[in-house]
Write a protein that binds this ligand. Structure first.
Ligand code: 5GP
Ligand code: ZN
Length: 120
Protein backbone atom coordinates (compact mmCIF):
# COMPACT_ATOMS: atom_id res chain seq x y z
CA UNK A 1 0.00 0.00 0.00
CA UNK A 2 1.54 3.24 -1.17
CA UNK A 3 0.32 5.47 1.66
CA UNK A 4 0.95 3.04 4.53
CA UNK A 5 3.67 3.97 7.05
CA UNK A 6 4.42 0.34 7.91
CA UNK A 7 4.68 -0.72 4.25
CA UNK A 8 7.18 2.12 3.80
CA UNK A 9 9.14 0.97 6.88
CA UNK A 10 9.17 -2.62 5.52
CA UNK A 11 10.49 -1.34 2.16
CA UNK A 12 13.14 0.75 3.95
CA UNK A 13 11.66 4.03 2.70
CA UNK A 14 11.14 5.25 6.28
CA UNK A 15 13.91 4.56 8.81
CA UNK A 16 13.24 2.42 11.87
CA UNK A 17 15.18 0.70 14.62
CA UNK A 18 14.93 -2.88 13.42
CA UNK A 19 15.57 -5.84 15.71
CA UNK A 20 14.53 -8.72 13.49
CA UNK A 21 13.49 -9.48 9.93
CA UNK A 22 12.54 -12.61 8.03
CA UNK A 23 10.39 -13.32 4.97
CA UNK A 24 7.15 -12.86 6.94
CA UNK A 25 7.69 -10.00 9.41
CA UNK A 26 9.86 -7.30 10.87
CA UNK A 27 10.23 -6.35 14.54
CA UNK A 28 11.00 -2.69 15.21
CA UNK A 29 11.01 -0.34 18.17
CA UNK A 30 7.82 1.70 18.57
CA UNK A 31 8.55 5.36 17.88
CA UNK A 32 6.56 6.37 20.97
CA UNK A 33 7.23 3.64 23.56
CA UNK A 34 4.56 2.93 26.21
CA UNK A 35 6.82 0.65 28.28
CA UNK A 36 10.56 0.17 28.91
CA UNK A 37 10.52 -2.21 25.97
CA UNK A 38 7.93 -1.59 23.27
CA UNK A 39 8.27 -3.38 19.97
CA UNK A 40 6.03 -3.65 16.94
CA UNK A 41 5.98 -7.00 15.17
CA UNK A 42 4.65 -6.24 11.70
CA UNK A 43 3.69 -8.92 9.17
CA UNK A 44 5.07 -7.91 5.76
CA UNK A 45 1.72 -8.42 4.06
CA UNK A 46 -0.57 -5.40 4.24
CA UNK A 47 -4.03 -5.96 5.73
CA UNK A 48 -5.89 -4.09 8.44
CA UNK A 49 -8.05 -6.50 10.41
CA UNK A 50 -8.37 -10.16 11.33
CA UNK A 51 -11.48 -10.17 9.16
CA UNK A 52 -9.34 -9.19 6.16
CA UNK A 53 -7.07 -12.21 6.55
CA UNK A 54 -6.94 -15.15 4.17
CA UNK A 55 -6.37 -18.64 5.54
CA UNK A 56 -2.73 -18.38 4.44
CA UNK A 57 -2.38 -15.03 6.26
CA UNK A 58 -3.65 -16.77 9.39
CA UNK A 59 -1.09 -19.56 9.06
CA UNK A 60 1.67 -17.00 8.52
CA UNK A 61 0.53 -14.93 11.52
CA UNK A 62 0.74 -18.09 13.62
CA UNK A 63 4.31 -18.61 12.41
CA UNK A 64 5.14 -15.00 13.36
CA UNK A 65 3.69 -15.46 16.85
CA UNK A 66 5.68 -18.63 17.36
CA UNK A 67 8.85 -16.79 16.26
CA UNK A 68 8.09 -13.92 18.67
CA UNK A 69 8.03 -16.45 21.53
CA UNK A 70 11.41 -17.76 20.42
CA UNK A 71 12.90 -14.26 20.16
CA UNK A 72 11.44 -12.86 23.40
CA UNK A 73 14.53 -13.45 25.59
CA UNK A 74 16.82 -11.74 23.06
CA UNK A 75 14.47 -8.74 23.06
CA UNK A 76 14.73 -8.34 26.84
CA UNK A 77 11.26 -9.81 27.35
CA UNK A 78 12.36 -12.90 29.26
CA UNK A 79 10.19 -12.01 32.29
CA UNK A 80 7.07 -11.86 30.17
CA UNK A 81 5.36 -9.31 28.03
CA UNK A 82 1.97 -8.01 27.02
CA UNK A 83 0.86 -8.84 23.50
CA UNK A 84 -1.64 -6.38 22.04
CA UNK A 85 -3.32 -6.15 18.65
CA UNK A 86 -5.57 -3.11 18.30
CA UNK A 87 -8.43 -3.73 15.90
CA UNK A 88 -10.52 -0.87 14.56
CA UNK A 89 -11.99 2.30 16.02
CA UNK A 90 -12.97 1.16 19.53
CA UNK A 91 -9.42 -0.05 20.09
CA UNK A 92 -8.08 3.22 18.61
CA UNK A 93 -6.06 1.51 15.91
CA UNK A 94 -4.04 4.29 14.30
CA UNK A 95 -1.99 2.45 11.67
CA UNK A 96 -4.17 0.34 9.41
CA UNK A 97 -1.66 -2.41 8.75
CA UNK A 98 -2.07 -5.26 11.23
CA UNK A 99 0.70 -5.27 13.82
CA UNK A 100 1.42 -6.71 17.23
CA UNK A 101 2.59 -4.61 20.15
CA UNK A 102 5.06 -6.33 22.48
CA UNK A 103 5.28 -4.46 25.78
CA UNK A 104 7.57 -5.40 28.63
CA UNK A 105 10.91 -4.86 30.31
CA UNK A 106 9.01 -3.77 33.44
CA UNK A 107 5.97 -4.67 35.56
CA UNK A 108 2.93 -3.55 33.58
CA UNK A 109 0.46 -2.32 36.16
CA UNK A 110 -1.57 0.49 34.66
CA UNK A 111 -3.62 -0.51 31.64
CA UNK A 112 -7.24 -0.34 30.48
CA UNK A 113 -7.14 -4.10 30.25
CA UNK A 114 -6.83 -4.35 34.05
CA UNK A 115 -9.56 -1.86 34.90
CA UNK A 116 -13.10 -2.98 35.53
CA UNK A 117 -14.95 -0.70 33.13
CA UNK A 118 -18.39 -2.32 33.37
CA UNK A 119 -21.03 -0.10 34.90
CA UNK A 120 -22.35 -1.78 38.06
P1 5GP B 1 -1.90 1.28 16.85
O1 5GP B 1 -2.38 2.50 17.57
O2 5GP B 1 -2.34 1.29 15.40
O3 5GP B 1 -2.20 -0.01 17.54
O4 5GP B 1 -0.32 1.37 16.89
C1 5GP B 1 0.44 2.10 16.01
C2 5GP B 1 1.80 2.29 16.65
O5 5GP B 1 2.71 2.66 15.65
C3 5GP B 1 1.82 3.36 17.73
O6 5GP B 1 2.24 2.80 18.97
C4 5GP B 1 2.83 4.38 17.19
O7 5GP B 1 3.65 4.93 18.20
C5 5GP B 1 3.63 3.56 16.20
N1 5GP B 1 4.17 4.32 15.08
C6 5GP B 1 3.49 5.21 14.30
N2 5GP B 1 4.30 5.70 13.35
C7 5GP B 1 5.51 5.09 13.51
C8 5GP B 1 6.75 5.18 12.82
O8 5GP B 1 6.93 5.92 11.86
N3 5GP B 1 7.78 4.40 13.30
C9 5GP B 1 7.63 3.56 14.36
N4 5GP B 1 8.70 2.84 14.75
N5 5GP B 1 6.46 3.45 15.03
C10 5GP B 1 5.42 4.21 14.62
ZN1 ZN C 1 0.88 -1.50 4.98
Amino acid sequence: MDDCIFCKIIKGEIPSKKFYEDELMIIIEDISPKAEKHYLAIPKKHYKLFTDMTEEDGINLGKCIRKIGELAPSLGLENGFRFVINQGDDAEQTVFHLHMHLLGGQKLTSCDFRKNAKKQ
